[in-house]
Design a protein. Structure first.
Length: 319
């Protein structure tokens, strides 16, 4: 029997919200009764509730009253951009792959060799120049290789829409950017605290250097949020091994702690401190959401969200 995502009560005839995709009882089925994040995104793009008194709707000899009507690309529910409407998860996924192309195809084509100091200064948050503020953001979308971006893409694809549907796209963006940036700064800041002489020194060939890139810190925050909201959510590690989410999170945290203490803060070429920082931020934010009555779904869906259908080489430390 299904349970209501808002109150947790069993419901033999559940309702599914078309805006957020959640499952609710009759008491909370209306968007306003379950604080639906989809209401923040609703702008009636198709004119469903048009009263007929706006002469610009018919566009008789004049311009349309909607900017979307003047865009040459169909932005409506059935258009090419429908998959991204109200769903920042897939926008972030697209930005990750676009940045990946810049890293490994376009940058070398313009003379920026992969692994050079210039390449590091463009795409990574590093100990040589942590004051380069653009790298705080760019490094979140950059990745250390094909395996790295594929792994992060898979995890974001499954967990991102679930969190976004529960908190809304604006808060989701704030969580993703905030956790991603702070996780990178935590990794680089720890390296500099351990060895201040790294500041301003070129990275090439320097022991103890730290150059961070990847979305794993932000994704770890999403994992933390879901773990607090629904610790018993069943997932399949590597698509094969079933386990509750709390156990997967505990194993993830334990490995990062052991690796950073027994090995180094960048053990295995992975930014262990960034992982822990992102996870910690997610757990804290998840606790806040739980106090506000937010709940996670009982199962994961393939993608999802209002606009779409319903398991870490390279230079630098990967997040």
């Amino acid at each position: 029997m299904a349970t209501c995502d808002r109150c947790g009560e069993p419901e033999s005839m559940p309702y599914q919200c078309r805006l957020c995709g959640g499952t609710y009882c009759s008491k909370h089925r209306l968007p306003e009764n379950h604080e639906c994040p989809g209401l923040d995104e609703w702008d009636d793009p198709s004119g469903v509730f048009d009263s007929g008194f706006d002469d610009s709707v018919d566009n008789r000899g004049g311009q349309s009253g909607s900017i979307a009507d003047r865009v040459p690309i169909d932005t409506g529910p059935g258009g090419v951009l429908a998959y991204f409407r109200g769903n920042l998860t897939f926008t972030f996924l697209a930005l990750m792959w676009v940045t990946f192309l810049f890293q490994y195809l376009l940058a070398p084509a313009f003379g920026v060799a992969i692994g050079s100091q210039t390449w590091y200064n463009i795409f990574t948050l590093n100990t040589a120049h942590p004051e380069y503020a653009w790298t705080w953001l760019v490094s979140v979308f950059s990745h250390g290789g094909f395996t790295h971006i594929v792994f992060n893409s898979i995890v974001l694809y499954f967990f991102g829409p679930v969190v976004e549907q529960r908190i809304g796209s604006r808060k989701f963006a704030a969580l993703f950017f905030g956790a991603g940036i702070l996780a990178g700064l935590a990794q680089v800041g720890t390296a500099l605290a351990m060895n201040p002489d790294l500041l301003g020194v070129p990275l090439i060939g320097l022991q103890g250097q730290s150059a961070v890139l990847g979305a794993s810190g932000a994704i770890a925050a999403l994992l933390g949020v879901l773990t607090v909201l629904n610790p018993n959510l069943r997932i399949y590690l590597y698509f094969i091994i079933p386990m509750p989410l709390w156990l997967a999170t505990a194993l993830f945290a334990a490995y990062s702690i052991l690796a950073s203490t027994a090995g180094s803060i960048g053990f295995g070429g992975v930014a262990q401190i960034a992982h822990l920082a992102g996870l910690g931020l997610g757990l804290l934010y998840g606790a806040k959401l739980k106090r506000e009555g937010k709940r996670a779904p009982q199962q994961l869906q393939f993608g999802g969200g209002p606009g779409g259908p319903g398991g870490p080489g390279g230079p630098g430390r990967r997040r």
